[in-house]
Design a protein around this ligand. Structure first.
Ligand SMILES: NC(=O)c1ccc[n+]([C@@H]2O[C@H](COP(=O)([O-])OP(=O)(O)OC[C@H]3O[C@@H](n4cnc5c(N)ncnc54)[C@H](OP(=O)(O)O)[C@@H]3O)[C@@H](O)[C@H]2O)c1
Length: 306
């Protein structure tokens, strides 16, 4: 677990600013926040680009996102990442919302330019880059199953897949009403995409898999050993591509273990963290992010259990 500032410390900036050399100019907010590995990824990138700034963690309670954003702007911050549970609250706390963030329904990146708060979403584009890097394929060519098509991550993935025009998009979520609402929303996004809603049941999921190339876990299942299995035993095939958005300190997830046993290629949540982080960095500083330094920073953090 890493160091973080409390909301009160953020609001009393003069008392804490002197702690940071180089100066704190970027941050990630969430609640909780101590587990975030974003500093270990962004600080090496800042050093690699020769930028005299530091990226820190700040714990911000629900309901205080707008106040936190204004304080970051007053104190000369350049940007902020937003994680659970603030990605929706952040939508209403920005001055300018980019069209993709509006469509994905969440803001995970704030860029502060000339005192104005610009909201972006790098989770959707980060998902596309992760698929490209891991599998050498484009989402527009893949039939996709999204498990957890009701939470924020599932929504971002489903909307992004439909915007890409993937040929088939199958949605499943434990709470059916949420998946129904999402299915209705994505159905109109692309004429190329057939949207299918299935129940959160083993038999229904297993029956779909012959028509699916890419399976995405967008639930929080897999973070703990005792979590229920996502897929019934024996249904994965070697031709499937598996994307587990969950990342777990010091271990693989049950879904990734199942993929390996089936001979299926897979990609983990750390890869998504890397690519969404790189896109955030590009919103703040332009050009291509120093991806290998960021990757190394993340791997060092995971290896040392930081
Ligand atoms: N790697 C990355 O960079 C990255 C980025 C974003 C998210 N994520 C990960 O993605 C996961 C989801 O995040 P989120 O922001 O979408 O969270 P969220 O909005 O709270 O959604 C959670 C999702 O998980 C489902 N779920 C939770 N417990 C379940 C259970 N016992 N059985 C079946 N479904 C269950 C929920 O279904 P209901 O709707 O029925 O509650 C919902 O679809 C988290 O693990 C998060 O860390 C990773």
């Amino acid at each position: 677990m890493g160091d973080f500032l409390s909301f009160d410390e953020l609001m009393n900036w003069d008392a804490v600013a002197g702690r940071f050399t180089p100066p704190a100019r970027l941050a990630v907010i969430g609640d909780p926040i101590a587990h975030s590995r974003s500093p270990q990824m962004h600080n090496p990138a800042l050093r690699a680009r020769g930028i005299d700034a530091q990226y820190i963690r700040v714990q911000v309670p629900v309901g205080q996102v707008s106040q936190a954003f204004r304080q970051f702007a007053r104190r000369g911050f350049l940007g902020v990442n937003i994680t659970i549970p603030h990605k929706f609250e952040a939508l209403d706390a920005v001055d300018v919302l980019d069209p993709l963030a509006r469509q994905l329904g969440a803001v995970n990146t704030l860029a502060i330019r000339d005192g104005r708060l610009h909201g972006h979403n790098s989770d959707g584009p980060g998902f596309l880059r992760s698929v490209r890097e891991a599998f050498g394929m484009e989402v527009k060519d893949l039939r996709v199953l999204v498990l957890g098509a009701g939470g924020g991550a599932g929504r971002a993935v489903a909307v992004q897949c439909a915007l890409e025009g993937c040929p088939r998009l199958v949605l499943a979520n434990r709470t059916v009403s949420k998946a129904e609402a999402l299915a209705a929303e994505v159905a109109g996004l692309s004429p190329q995409t057939t949207v299918v809603l299935i129940p959160w049941q083993d038999a229904a999921v297993a029956a779909e898999l012959s028509e699916i190339d890419l399976i995405v876990n967008a639930t929080s299942l897999g973070m703990k050993d005792e979590d229920a299995r996502l897929l019934p035993a024996g249904v994965l095939e070697g031709r499937h591509l598996v994307f587990d958005m969950v990342y777990r300190a010091g271990g693989t997830t049950p879904l990734l273990a199942d993929a390996k046993a089936a001979g299926a290629r897979s990609v983990d949540g750390l890869t998504l963290l890397l690519h969404q982080g790189a896109i955030s960095f590009e919103h703040w500083f332009g050009g291509r992010a120093p991806i290998e330094e960021m990757r190394q920073g993340l791997h060092n953090a995971v290896k040392s259990g930081q």
